[in-house]
Write a protein that binds this ligand. Structure first.
Ligand code: URA
Length: 241
């Protein structure tokens, strides 16, 4: 059903109707790729693609896909039994929680930062998390001490993380900082066991001191600061699948 653009934006929790009118007049809103500055513009939320400041606006009737750059200190859950801050608290538009009930797709530990996807599309969540799809996940890992070539070889081939031998992984030394007593690695895995990267490093005697997921498949979070999020475009979702 058609409705006025400013009403639609306000109903999506993007901003107030008056603010929406200002943004439309400023040329910040696109409908099907075209800037619209006409306040009388009517749109059909089921057919038209609306971009607010170049970001897709999630339509309540549509499936929603969110890309979050998770900071450390937040748990990846909808509600935490110990009342710790959850990633859901970061999903706000102009200070108000988003209206769509999304859930995290997979998990990052409380003290891991980086790329996290959230969605309300059950099929999508199933596909992304199912091991048979082997979607790659890349991590920037800081470990204590100077890693050796032997340790990297072991990590590449697979290590015992306790009743499980990890599958082959891509592992690169990015930098060894002897003066700081740390090594920086990039590890890409094709599976996702609980705390896998930390346990892999522990298996070769290295303690992880910082962990950041920089990529899922080809997708990265370079355009987002820690704590920021955005909707994924249709193209990005298709590419991921
Ligand atoms: N591996 C871990 O150890 N922790 C994460 O959060 C993700 C991968």
């Amino acid at each position: 059903m058609e409705e006025r653009l400013q009403k639609f934006l306000a109903n999506q929790g993007i901003c107030s109707r008056r603010k929406a009118e200002e943004r439309i007049l400023e040329g910040k809103v696109k409908v099907n790729g075209q800037v619209v500055t006409e306040l009388g513009t009517k749109i059909d939320p089921e057919k038209d693609e609306i971009l607010y400041e170049d970001r897709p606006v999630a339509n309540q009737m549509e499936k929603v896909y969110i890309l979050l750059n998770k900071p450390i200190g937040y748990v990846t859950t909808v509600k935490d039994q110990f009342n710790r801050p959850t990633v859901m608290e970061l999903l706000k538009i102009h200070g108000k929680p988003i209206k769509t009930a999304v859930v995290p797709v997979g998990r990052l530990d409380m003290y891991t930062s980086g790329l996290l996807i959230l969605s309300n599309d059950g099929d999508f969540i199933y596909k992304i998390t199912h091991p048979k799809h082997e979607i790659t996940k890349t991590y920037q890992v800081t470990v204590r001490g100077s890693v050796t070539k032997e340790e990297i070889e072991k990590l590449k081939q697979g290590v015992d993380i306790g009743e499980y031998i990890t599958k082959p992984a891509e592992v690169r030394i990015m930098k060894i900082e002897e003066e700081k007593g740390i090594s920086r690695l990039e590890i890409t895995i094709h599976e996702g066991k609980n705390r896998q990267v930390r346990r892999m490093c522990e298996a070769v005697g290295r303690k992880v001191v910082a962990l950041h997921r920089s990529k899922i498949g080809d997708m990265n979070v370079k355009d987002l600061k820690l704590g920021q999020w955005r909707y994924l475009s249709k193209r990005e979702i298709e590419k991921l699948l």
